[in-house]
Each structure stands twice: as structure tokens, then as C-alpha cells.
Design a protein around this ligand. Structure first.
Ligand code: FMN
Length: 213
């Protein structure tokens, strides 16, 4: 699919076809494609919980403003942002460094520098940890939505949910923040999709704040 078609065709789809399943293979392709998303130092501080079971989805729906799409969609993902994904000893951090050494973009002797850089950029304060986790997981979530559209799937992102309730109900460890839930499936063709919504234009997006020089 042409990228413009993917970008224009992706919609937050409110109604899912309850009778049209999504195969494991398609889901895997969607996640594999989205995994190409960029991240700080390539640390990839994201994880996914994938819910298919109706009872589990209902448990989530009750904590998500009772939004029917949570149970209507054949698949619901809980997107997780890892606030510890910059720390020395973290599996991804150690793997990332090792891969950079293998690829020749980092030397073994730069380990302490790398760990220090990760700590000062992403770990020094709780704000930095939160920003690090959420911005990167946000890119991943966007990539998931585009990857889905490209495969003919529809999605719906949601942050209307009880964050701590979901954490508790699904045993999600404290290092994770939950930026959003993502319903995945096929639009119910018997329903009407709202017309495309307004977007800020170029002039509204681009700003400047002057310069002291
Ligand atoms: C992070 C995020 C959270 C959202 N949460 C909800 C939600 O809880 N419930 C809902 O109905 N829509 C939710 N939306 C959907 C937005 O309202 C929708 O994306 C926006 O109105 C633009 O519509 P479009 O995606 O169809 O272009 C969310 C979107 C994003 C990106």
C-alpha cells in the first residue's frame, strides 16, 4: 500500500466486526513491521500484552470506561513503556551495547560511557524516565497502527482507562507505564465510519519563539 494511503486510511475505528478474527500470523507480521520503529539509542523500551480471550477483554473493558470496542475487537493490545529500559544490567541495554560492539559502531571500552549517557539522558529524574519510556513506546504504537493498516487491519488507540486498575488487574510490574490500549481487528462494514476529522495545518503546526541573538 502507498504510504499516503496508509496514513489517510488509518482511522480510530469505533466498530469492529466481532465475527472476523485476526490470525496469529498477521499479528506477528504487524508487530515485526512495527518493531522497525526508531528509539533512543535503539533501546526499544516497549512491550506488548496481547489479549484475545473474551473474559480477559471484558476484565479490561470494565477498567476502560466500558468501551465496547475492547470486547468487540478480536485482539486488544496493552502497550507498555519501560521506565527502566535505560538501566545498566537491563536485558535490552546489555543486548543493545553488545549488538553495537558487534556492528562496530561502539568499542568495548565505551561501555561505561554508554551506561553513563543512558543514565544522564533518560534516567536521572523520574520525569526523564517517564519521557524516555513514553516517547519511544509512542513511536512504536504509531508504527503498530500504520503496520496494521498496511496489512488491511483496523485499529483504535485508547487512553480512556484506569491506569492503576489495569496495572493491578493484569499484574503489570511498576517499571511499566501504560501509554495506551490498542484494539485491532476489522471495521464492521455494517456501520458508518465518521468522516475524517480536522487536522492542524502546516501554519498551525510550525511555530517560532524569536531569538535572543
Ligand atoms: C493516545 C490516544 C488515546 C485515545 N484514546 C481514546 C479513547 O479512550 N476512546 C476513544 O474513543 N478514542 C480515543 N482515541 C482516538 C482519538 O479520539 C482519535 O484518534 C482522534 O479523534 C482522531 O481520529 P482518527 O484517528 O480517526 O483520525 C485516542 C487516540 C490516541 C492517539
Amino acid at each position: 500500500m502507498d504510504f499516503k494511503d496508509v496514513a489517510n486510511g488509518r482511522r480510530a475505528v469505533n466498530f469492529f466486526d466481532t465475527k472476523k478474527p485476526v490470525s496469529d500470523q498477521l499479528l506477528r507480521e504487524m508487530v515485526d513491521t512495527a518493531s522497525r520503529a526508531p528509539s533512543s539509542f535503539n533501546l526499544q523500551p516497549w512491550s506488548l500484552m496481547i489479549l484475545r480471550d473474551y473474559e480477559e477483554k471484558m476484565r479490561l473493558r470494565k477498567l476502560a470506561w466500558d468501551q465496547p470496542k475492547v470486547t468487540d475487537a478480536p485482539v486488544v493490545m496493552i502497550v507498555l513503556a519501560d521506565r527502566d529500559g535505560w538501566k545498566k544490567g537491563h536485558t535490552s541495554v546489555e543486548k543493545d551495547f553488545g549488538e553495537m560492539v558487534k556492528a562496530g559502531s561502539m568499542a568495548e571500552e565505551q561501555y561505561d560511557w554508554f551506561i553513563g549517557a543512558c543514565r544522564s539522558l533518560y534516567g536521572e529524574t523520574q520525569d526523564k524516565q517517564q519521557a524516555f519510556a513514553c516517547k519511544n513506546a509512542g513511536f512504536f504504537a504509531m508504527a503498530l497502527m500504520y503496520a496494521a493498516k498496511n496489512l488491511g487491519l483496523d485499529t483504535h488507540p485508547m487512553d480512556g482507562f484506569d491506569h492503576e486498575g489495569v496495572r493491578e488487574a493484569f499484574n503489570i510490574p511498576k517499571n511499566y507505564w501504560i501509554p495506551l490500549l490498542l484494539a485491532v481487528g476489522y471495521f464492521d462494514e455494517t456501520k458508518t465510519l465518521h468522516p475524517p476529522k480536522w487536522r492542524k495545518g502546516f501554519k498551525e503546526i510550525v511555530v517560532s519563539f524569536g531569538s535572543k541573538v
